[in-house]
Design a protein around this ligand. Structure first.
Ligand code: PHE
Length: 355
């Protein structure tokens, strides 16, 4: 047997075995390395005579290709097996049950805003919005509250500049101004949103929520205001009767003005709405002052109407028996989980407001 055939047979046999990458690389060096078996055979070519040389060289090349191909095949097989093994380990079993995931809850204040919007939309109010950062004109001056007016202290205002020109709105009433300035009467809108005053205790928070109401038309009077509010309160608390009182009050932008309280009692540390002999102030209201109408270029001899501003957080406290306002804004997940609402439980008039 020729030497070439011996090498070939020996290595074909070796390459049939199960080999590691390291072992194959060793074989590769043994054959094709600087002093490898095949490499040394190539060096021999020059020593042979012409007749032998041609055949030997051609045989050697055939064997070299055969062994090299076999080695490459082996290497790619090993690499493929490695990838498959990795894929196998990283496989995700999509038939496994999902991890029990915790569903988010809707904050009671958000739910209350949706309920309020739904109730007022039923009697023809549309929803307007205004920015939290207001200018002094919309928040005070245009609302008949000039620079030196004592009512400017009533609202402990967060001013945003030295000149007291920009501020965090102290009520939603500036949306009255924004709405009336950009359109022509009649107006019938509500405007829910965040409001800010420098105040903090069990029933006051520096950031709180109000909903403004405004109805301006030709013959709107105090009777309409009372009718609208008592309709709203009953719908909101889902009762036929509610204890409610109108107290004469004063706001620079309404004349006459009133504040509305609703009756409640505390049982086992929880607020119960209905009878009882305690009162909680929930809103301010009145007939829009002629000066306000003039400021937005509405003729007060032709148009008049009412406005109100309801404290949303307090309504939510009463409805859901929450007795500390501050809990609303603590971001305590357990609290939210208890008092929050199902995201799919959207209040609508036809489906009802509550669960
Ligand atoms: N803006 C008043 C407040 O925040 C409430 C109010 C609104 C009163 C509209 C009258 C009319 O106290």
């Amino acid at each position: 047997m020729s030497e070439l055939k011996k090498i070939k047979d020996e290595f074909l046999l070796k390459l049939k075995e199960k080999l590691s990458l390291l072992e194959i690389n060793q074989i590769k060096t043994d054959l094709f390395g600087k002093n490898g078996l095949i490499s040394s055979q190539f060096k021999k070519i020059g020593t042979l005579d012409e007749t032998e040389r041609k055949k030997f060289a051609s045989d050697l090349n055939v064997i070299k290709d055969e062994l090299q191909n076999l080695i490459n095949l082996k290497i790619s097989e090993i690499e493929k097996a490695k990838i498959n093994q990795k894929l196998e380990q990283e496989k995700i079993d999509i038939t496994l049950p999902e991890r029990p995931f915790v569903r988010g809850k809707i904050h009671p204040v958000s739910q209350t805003i949706d309920q309020i919007s739904s109730i007022f939309s039923e009697i023809g109010f549309s929803v307007e919005e205004g920015p939290d950062v207001e200018n002094e004109h919309n928040n005070f001056t245009a609302l008949n509250t000039p620079d030196n007016h004592p009512a400017r202290d009533m609202h402990d205002t967060f001013y945003l500049d030295q000149n007291k020109e920009t501020l965090l709105r102290t009520h939603t009433s500036p949306v009255q101004i924004r709405t009336m300035s950009k359109d022509k009467p009649p107006f019938k809108i509500i405007a829910p949103g965040r409001t800010y005053r420098s105040d903090s205790d069990q029933t006051h928070s520096p950031m709180f929520h109000q909903v403004e109401g405004l109805h301006i038309d030709k013959d709107i009077n105090m009777g309409h205001l009372k009718g609208c509010l008592s309709y709203f309160i009953k719908e909101f608390f889902e009762v036929k009767k509610i204890k409610m009182r109108f107290r004469p009050s004063h706001f620079p932008f309404t004349e006459p003005s009133a504040e509305v309280d609703i009756g409640y009692e505390i049982k086992d540390g929880k607020i119960i709405i209905g009878e009882g002999n305690r009162w909680l102030e929930i809103l301010g209201c009145g007939m829009v002052h002629p000066n306000v109408l003039k400021n937005v270029k509405v003729d007060p001899t032709k148009f008049q109407g009412y406005a109100f501003g309801i404290g949303i957080d307090r309504l939510a406290m009463l409805k859901y028996g929450i007795n500390d306002l501050r809990a609303f804004f603590d971001c305590d997940y357990r609290w939210l989980n208890h008092f929050g609402f199902d995201p799919l439980d959207v209040p609508t008039n036809y489906r009802g407001l509550s669960r």
